[in-house]
Design a protein around this ligand. Structure first.
Ligand code: MG
Length: 316
């Protein structure tokens, strides 16, 4: 992959990541060995095993960039991951963009990462439906290309004719007729799910409604709350790690929000790193009953080889 093939300008310094770094290995046969070969008797977990290879899941907004500006140190950190041959994945609750669009967005900021390095709440929603309804299902969707692409890839029928689900995702096409249709379909028996519970998204003039706010009128009228698939739902963390092919024991999540990234990582058994380059300050952090394992000002301060899995501390 190169910049010219995408027709996009590349800022300097440019980082190029090769796809083979995170070749997924999903086979069940790997799971069989977790209890046996991957543990040293009496010495806790053997972190040298491939499934226990140190790996990183990175939130994007407030961690890698703010709006269209790269956060200082982000490109250097991604370069450290690539040079160290660490497995890593970008994880975002934003269900509006496709992985290719997210890849292009980073490319415009000087980081060239293939689209296979991204996992979104839209992908988690499609994974959830595929597992829940292996024989197929249908959905009425209020959402953009990000969710529609994933549902199509999962062979989920999009319809307003007796759908199994109503799905709300990030969208710029939200109107009264769609709210009415969703409300009636849920009252007629459709299950209600949504990609992410974020109430707001950023704009240059201030916070604007996001998916968690868009579900409100439908929930008010039906009395039914949606099931959210995005962070902090541990299901999304599970599928992200599944995509990387790693165990939680040596997987680190780096995020800027206590109520999504950090609690989601905590409840999924990962080691949690808060960066203060986004929405959470140290004062905000201290108000939560749970705390991250590590706190950094930004990605530039993180050297992957120097931080340790919390499992080493917990099990020693
Ligand atoms: Mg964030």
């Amino acid at each position: 992959m190169n910049s010219s093939s995408r027709g996009l300008a590349v800022c300097s310094p440019k980082i190029t990541i090769h796809l083979q770094c995170v070749k997924p290995h999903f086979k069940l046969a790997k799971r069989k060995t977790l209890k046996g070969r991957h543990r040293n008797k009496g010495n806790g977990i053997n972190l040298d095993n491939r499934s226990y290879q140190k790996s990183f899941i990175l939130d994007m907004d407030g961690v890698v960039y703010t709006d269209s500006t790269l956060i200082p140190g982000a490109n250097e950190f991604v370069n450290r991951l690539a040079k160290g041959n660490y497995k890593f994945l970008f994880l975002t609750n934003n269900s509006y963009y496709t992985p290719l669009e997210l890849s292009n967005r980073l490319l415009n900021m000087g980081i060239d990462v293939p689209e296979d390095y991204f996992y979104t709440s839209a992908m988690a929603t499609a994974s959830f439906l595929k597992v829940q309804r292996p024989n197929g299902c249908s959905a009425y969707v209020i959402g953009g290309k990000g969710i529609l692409d994933e549902l199509e890839n999962a062979n989920i029928e999009i319809t307003s004719n007796k759908p199994d689900y109503v799905i709300v995702a990030e969208t710029e096409e939200y109107d009264y007729a769609k709210i009415i249709e969703a409300t009636l379909l849920i009252q007629e028996g459709a299950k209600f799910i949504a990609t992410n519970q974020d109430l707001t998204g950023p704009s240059q003039r201030g916070p604007v409604p996001a998916c968690g706010a868009l579900v409100a009128p439908i929930e008010k009228v039906t009395g039914i709350a949606p099931y959210f698939l995005g962070k902090p739902n541990p299901a999304m963390m599970f599928w992200a790690r599944k995509k990387l092919g790693v165990h939680s024991a040596n997987c680190f999540i780096i995020g800027d929000r206590m109520d999504t990234d950090i609690v989601g990582g905590l409840e999924s058994g990962m080691t949690t790193c808060l960066v203060q380059s986004g929405v959470t300050t140290k004062n905000d952090m201290n108000r939560f009953p749970y705390q991250p394992d590590y706190v950094f000002n930004n990605l530039g301060e993180i050297y992957p080889e120097t931080i340790q899995s919390k499992r080493i501390r917990v099990e020693s």
